[in-house]
Design a protein around this ligand. Structure first.
Ligand code: MLT
Length: 311
């Protein structure tokens, strides 16, 4: 008789991923007490007890900062993640965020809703306010502007390529890869050798790095001050990569034009120049399916065969 492996799911995992796990071999559920494997998305394991029975954890997502990776490693428990599986979804949202900011779409949509819903304007009154809105929310175009991409992993490279196709000049910074590798991944990207240079030369900056000691508060007051006036910061990485107080101050002074933030906080979410999103970067059906499939495959390959594909 074959052995059954218990897998605990701590978040809703896309069914297409769960279907990869043969039900004759895997017992899957949310209420499993002694799991051999854990499959999760955003559940925070930092204060959870690590069950004695646990052999492996798989996250349907790229970041692993909701998992105590060091504690798991000390117990010999691999933590799998799914780099690249949601990269296209994030890339599309970064491009959308750049356009939202450049064309003031977020405020313009609020303005129009306000005219019709709150002020009940119709006919000539509405036309007049529409004309006023056209002037107030006039934006700028992307070609010829410079985008700085910090982190040239799966997402950063897709963003760099998409931005180039929109006519942006792209600077990249990633101390972990060589200039040759960056060139192979994204021809025409100009890789700079210091984060300071990237800030000083970028009209827009987008972050694609994990939250680790070296990246905490990477976007700070000093670096923001060196950006050309009217800059935009896009954060689809993690909240802690940005010193939010410094960003809010730069938005207030007018030095920054907008902050597109996928990790809203109390102060940041209500600021009129912040476009705050509820961690939507990877939230498409396609990305959720891709992540679930990759995470489930890695987990089953390890539990059944001891293979480590990526951890
Ligand atoms: C990631 O790390 O890839 C994202 O946080 C995934 C998610 O939205 O759950």
């Amino acid at each position: 008789m074959s052995q059954t492996y218990a897998i605990q799911t701590l978040n809703a995992i896309s069914p297409i991923g769960l279907q990869r796990l043969d039900r004759d071999v895997f017992d899957i559920g949310t209420d499993i007490a002694q799991p051999r494997g854990i499959l999760l998305r955003s559940a925070d394991l930092h204060s959870a007890e690590i069950p004695e029975s646990l052999y492996a954890v798989a996250r349907a997502g790229a970041g692993t900062n909701n998992i105590p990776v060091d504690a798991m490693a000390a117990r010999g428990i691999p933590v799998f993640n799914t780099p690249g599986a949601n990269a296209n979804a994030v890339k599309e949202l970064v491009i959308a965020g750049m356009l939202l900011a450049a064309r003031n779409l977020y405020h313009a949509a609020d303005y129009t809703r306000g005219l019709v819903a709150e002020r009940s304007l119709t006919g000539a009154d509405l036309d007049q306010q529409v004309e006023a809105g056209k002037k107030q929310f006039a934006g700028y175009e992307l070609p010829g502007r410079t985008l700085g991409v910090i982190g040239l992993g799966a997402i950063g490279v897709l963003v760099a390529n998409a931005a180039q196709s929109l006519g942006l000049r792209v600077l990249g910074y990633d101390p972990a890869i060589t200039v040759e590798r960056a060139w192979q991944l994204s021809p025409n990207i100009e890789q700079v050798t210091s984060v300071e240079e990237l800030f000083a030369r970028s009209d827009m900056i987008t972050l694609h790095v994990p939250l680790i000691e070296a990246t905490k508060g990477l976007v700070d007051a000093e670096r923001i001050a060196t950006m050309p006036a009217g800059g935009v910061v896009l954060n689809f990485a993690r909240g802690g990569v940005v010193d939010e107080a410094a960003v809010l101050e730069a938005l207030d002074s007018g030095h920054l034009h907008a902050y597109v933030n996928d990790f809203p906080s109390e102060a940041g979410s209500v600021h009129p120049k912040v476009i705050a999103l509820p961690h939507l970067g990877a939230s498409t059906g396609e990305a959720e399916d891709n992540c679930a499939v990759m995470a489930a495959d890695q987990l089953s390959d390890y539990l059944l065969h001891g293979n480590i594909r990526n951890s």
